[in-house]
Design a binder for this molecule. Sequence first.
Ligand code: MRU
Length: 348
Amino acid sequence: MTSIKFKNKRLFYLDQTQLPLKEVWKECRNLKDGFKAIKLLEVRGAPLIGVFAAYCIAINLKQLSGKKEIFLSQLAESLRQLGSARPTAVNLFWALRRIKQAANKAKAKDVSFIRQVVLREACSIHKEDVLLCRRMADQGVGLIKKGDRILTHCNTGSLATSGEGTALAVIFAAAKKYRNHLLVYADETRPLLQGARLTAWELFKKKIPSKVICDNTASSLMAARGIDKVFLGADRIAANGDAANKIGTYGVAIAAKYHKIPFYVVAPFSTFDLSLRSGKEIPIEQRNPDEVRKIMNKIEVAPGEAKVYNPAFDVTPNELITAIVSDRGIIRPPYKKNIKKVIGTHPI
Ligand code: MRU
């Protein structure tokens, strides 16, 4: 399964806001389309946002000036604009930085050469992302036993990356290994229901046994000894291992700790932000109040004038995380030391 396609220098994406009811593919023709797709969560999930943004910059280059100086300043402005689409997932900034560095290295050459270099860099970010997903699956699969009942939150599969996923890739690998002898509980993930709409859809397509639960069911299911492990993703991990992920993750982590259930975060090296000492420094996106007042932007469930607090992410402190599964290895506490050892001092 794939959620973006780059064909004949054209960029297409599956509009995730319409899933699972409709599978609608759209074309991203320019920066404005790309910004809107990311902002509205038509394209979402930390690694996928990075890959998509890199391609978006590359296709937009043909609309920039042919004069090098103007071209370079327009490119810088495009990078800045796209980087303002969403603030939390660091993969967006990581991918844009790679594009910037590639363009900088080529800046002595002519505009058409710089265009080629940027496009090549976007393609390699894409290819690498597919590979990183495979590596995370290989690293993490050994943590799952036959028959495990696994809880996940939000969506971390083929819709959140350009490969098999992060946490879901690990689960997919285990499902294959144990011929579906496991059970996945997908938190519905209010307010935008990435778990119910997207994770359930991916699991269903792969015929992996699964059940959707309301977010507020997880702790009682844990108390009833119905969950063996938690696997989920991250949007940004600080140098001390604090991890930002979809709102509700922190509550799951607290409940898991209380019930002595292992809590695993799965993320590629591009999700680490070692410039931040702790999760307190991670910028948390605040989103449109209507996402809470309405379901799927349609059915009103709160009065139109109700005030709303709608952070898209929360931060799970490192002491609640059993291990972080990265493409470069499984990282266990003490995180500050071991993240440095496994990821290095700089993620690029
Ligand atoms: O707001 P979203 O849907 O982009 O949030 C996505 C998540 O929080 C995922 O859990 C995260 O990106 C993990 S990685 C695949």
